[in-house]
Write a protein that binds this ligand. Structure first.
Ligand code: AKG
Ligand code: FE2
Length: 301
């Protein structure tokens, strides 16, 4: 064997994995922990395993990661392009040009977004024509108490509805209105609207199926935020409001939830097509700094 060939052969050898790569379901109605894993050194077969694991478990937790912004973006974009809103639709952190940063600072300091308040359960960018397929949150600094992020399994929420309700809601459509418009204009009469009735002026929103089909697993899912302003187009307002409240009470049951208490270095990747996420409040005097990357999605069906 000549020298040139042996050099070529050794250059192709992949470095050995540092530890055993494992995907272990959490003791919860959704989620799995990925261990033996360095987001900086992802191997091709691991990218595929992670995609399949997300489809099966809806959220994936990675601990002890140390990534700079470029490494974090490189990791996340194995799974899709970064979400950008249409220019006329405001979203979290979008600027005057309508563009959102690739990495959004979710923090109560250093010019971050969302402060220290509780955030009701939602799917990211639900009110746009192509809501996010999934988002990543990477913990940099966490408070000693509060600030947990809670995820809701929307497939389980749909499956556990009684058959009559499933049949009732299967054909329905839902308009989800953009919360960032009400936030900018100070809400409607100073309070948040959970269901738009005819006397409430309409704002930008997008109509999608109320029950969507997951684009990879084929599972049927109840695609409804718990406090986001919505409307069932064409439905009698009293009927629509009562139905949505009933479905929201159903979603609030702990049997669908996993609540994550963060440690610095944790990354969670969640499937916005299959879960809601919510956040608990935390003390204003403590710091919580997270970095979010949200991926582009497709039109729900
Ligand atoms: O701060 C959190 O835990 C979640 C915030 C949120 O909704 C998001 O980053 O999309
Ligand atoms: Fe969110």
């Amino acid at each position: 064997m000549n020298v040139a060939v042996s050099t070529l052969t050794s250059a192709r050898v992949q470095p050995a994995p540092p530890e055993r790569f494992d995907i272990t379901p959490l003791d919860a109605p959704l989620g799995a922990l990925v261990s033996g894993f360095d987001a900086k050194a992802l191997r091709p077969e691991q990218v595929l395993q992670l995609k399949q694991a997300l489809r099966d478990h809806h959220i994936l937790l990675f601990r002890g990661q140390q990534l700079d912004d470029a490494q974090y973006l490189a990791f996340a974009t194995h799974f899709g392009a970064v979400f950008q809103p249409p220019a006329n639709i405001p979203v979290l952190s979008s600027g005057a040009d309508g563009k959102a940063p690739e990495i959004v600072k979710v923090a109560n300091s250093e010019g971050g977004e969302l402060g220290n308040t509780a955030i009701p359960a939602h799917a990211d960018h639900h009110w746009t024509p192509t809501p996010s397929s999934g988002s990543f949150l990477y913990a940099q600094a966490v408070p000693s108490t509060g600030g947990e992020t809670r995820f809701t399994n929307l497939a389980l929420a749909y499956e556990t509805l009684n058959e009559a309700t499933r049949r009732e809601i299967d054909p329905l459509r839902l308009i989800t209105y953009n919360p960032f418009i009400r936030l900018k204009t100070g809400g409607y009469n100073g309070s948040f609207v959970r269901y738009r009735t005819p006397e409430v002026p309409a704002i930008q929103g997008t109509e999608h199926p109320l029950v969507r089909t997951h684009p990879e697993s084929g599972k049927r899912l109840l695609f409804l935020g718990v406090a986001t302003e919505v409307e069932i187009p064409g439905a009698d307002p009293a009927y629509g409001q009562a139905l949505i409240e009933r479905l929201r009470e159903h979603l609030e049951q702990p049997r669908f939830h996993y609540s994550h208490a963060w440690q610095p270095g944790d990354i969670i990747w969640w499937d916005n097509q299959a879960v809601l996420h919510a956040r608990n409040a935390f003390p204003a005097k403590e710091q919580r700094r997270m970095k979010r990357i949200s991926l582009a999605g497709s039109r729900p069906f």
